[in-house]
Design a protein around this ligand. Sequence first.
Ligand code: SAM
Ligand code: DTB
Ligand code: SF4
Length: 330
Amino acid sequence: MIDNSETDAHAIYNAPFMDLLYRAQRVHRAHFEPSTIQCSKLLSIKTGGCPEDCSYCSQSARYDSELSASKMMEVQKVLNEARKAKAAGATRYCMGAAWRSPKARDMPGVLAMVRGVKEMGLETCMTLGMLTDDQAAQLREAGLDYYNHNIDTSERYYAEVITSRTFADRLDTLDRVRAAGINVCSGGIVGMGETADDRIDMLRTLASLEEPPESVPINMLMPMKGTPMADMAPLDPIEMVRTIATARILMPRAYVRLSAGRSEMSDELQALCFFAGANSIFVGDTLLTADNPGEDKDALLFNKLNLRAEVAEATPCPKPAEARAQEQAA
Ligand code: SAM
Ligand code: DTB
Ligand code: SF4
């Protein structure tokens, strides 16, 4: 039985490293095929000029990141990009916009993108900022499978990172997404100067949602020129591995995504993250604005580690009772 209490989550995160990895891998194997990785592709459908002040983000209009703002992409261009991503092996297409929240005039285009990508047989994901109930319902109706909205860090550290909206605002949008019947994708960033307790509390918040997220992206901060976090010292990578292992143990059924920052990670570190329970990545050579390893490097990595990309049909999870029994045995 998993206990999300403060003491239990601390004990998990701070366990002797070998015990933590062993436990995480056993939990992982009780729910997933351990060499299969879900592959998503990201596209920025509206870049830069964002009114929010997220200290890590190159797309905030408040910082001089030398990124030029663009209008929302045309629907056909997005669909062309999605077709290429499908041909390259992605099974989920994630479209992101640098908005605080979508405006009514943005919705027809956004909904057309969801419908078009869905028709190609790809899973759809959007990340557009805060949503109203009505917008969430429209997205669901159009066929949206996942909505990404990160809590980013602990409630305690949040105000050090973002002041233009609150932690509670983020949780409200997650509730709206869940109520609309869309799968929740929510995680955060490590390496923003937070403590281990902040990382643990972030994971506890996610695991304690009425229904935990189906997808949990763990991003390593990519320091962006011109932002307040441009000169942040890198986090000890072992802390990243501990964060992933703790996410896996606290949210056994979630896909845990080794998200931003892979371009700065060695093969060995990525291998440890997969062993700790990460089973999803972003493919392709760009995230939203930042670099990602790209197809050739990932093909080599998958080959070296005998990993394979998940095919369209998600790996079936064991039935809940069966999974619970396996978990207890672990
Ligand atoms: N504007 C929308 C929002 O904030 O919800 C969607 C796009 S936003 C760029 C999506 C997420 O990307 C952020 O919540 C954050 O977790 C992650 N992110 C952004 N910049 C990052 C960076 N420099 N390093 C790591 N993760 C980053
Ligand atoms: C998430 O957790 N990470 C992705 C996605 N959700 C939208 C974004 C990563 C952004 C990295 C920095 C950039 O590309 O600008
Ligand atoms: Fe805007 Fe999202 Fe970047 Fe924050 S993370 S500045 S909301 S694009």
